[in-house]
Ligand binder design. Sequence first.
Ligand code: PZK
Length: 287
Amino acid sequence: MSDTALHLGSGKVRELYALDDERLLLVASDRISTFDVVLPTEIPDKGRVLTGLSGFWFAQTRDLVPNHLLALRSDGRSSECRRLEMLPIECVVRGYLAGSGWKDYRATGEVCGHRLPDGLVESQQLPEPLFTPATKAQTGHDENIDRAAAVELVGEQRFDEVERVSLELYRTVSEQAAARGIILADTKLEFGVDERGRLVLADEAFTPDSSRFWPADEYAPGGPQPSFDKQFVRDYCETLGWDKAYPGPELPADVVAGTRARYVEAFERLTGIAFDRYVDEPGVVLA
Ligand code: PZK
């Protein structure tokens, strides 16, 4: 780490530091959360997998929208980023009906003000991908909001721009993932605005922590889908009768190894790059 960086904040599994007035350092740890609780056991290399995948997608989508990435550090888990004015909404795109999208649909027939056909089942593909923004809750859960509420927060022009760009990003990345046997069910994007007022993609992008990735060969609508990365952890936790309150359980070695292998497999399938090459030279994902 940079010796003099000021710690700005902690996410559940990431840390944010200021390098100077213009630059931030985003560090992805090997911590893992499940059922919203960070577990006491780490998954080796998870932070590198997420940082490498984000870097890969920033490079793949740079012609669609500029992004905040300046450099990947040699540790493979730290990104130097441009410091931006962040927009106060989460930009979620859903191609499939899962999580809070499924909950809201079942309760109201709508998601974020989008009326959907009757009779959809859990995990079903939507007629077309939807932009479903949410508020950024400081604590607790983000709240899905409709277009009018999002326009109140960012203005109409910026809303139209983030909706268009988010849908373009989802289409591009989901096509590339599908070609490699992985369904991108949904994803959460965060944008900032630079000093000249231009929209910039920020945070992490198209990682397993910000997206639902499902193995395409196991896809079976009509219920919840196994998660590409965390399913071993969830299945193990379900065998314990844990109440899903803090603190979470320690993970046994076989669950750690199996989960690490799934993260590495997601990296290699999505990028087509051997994970060992990334560890050797993180810049390989940007080429
Ligand atoms: C920014 N977060 C989320 C919180 C984390 C991450 N490029 C940027 N410019 C200004 N602010 C942010 C970013 C980015 N990305 C991101 N909060 C502010 C966050 C805690 C830990 F690792």
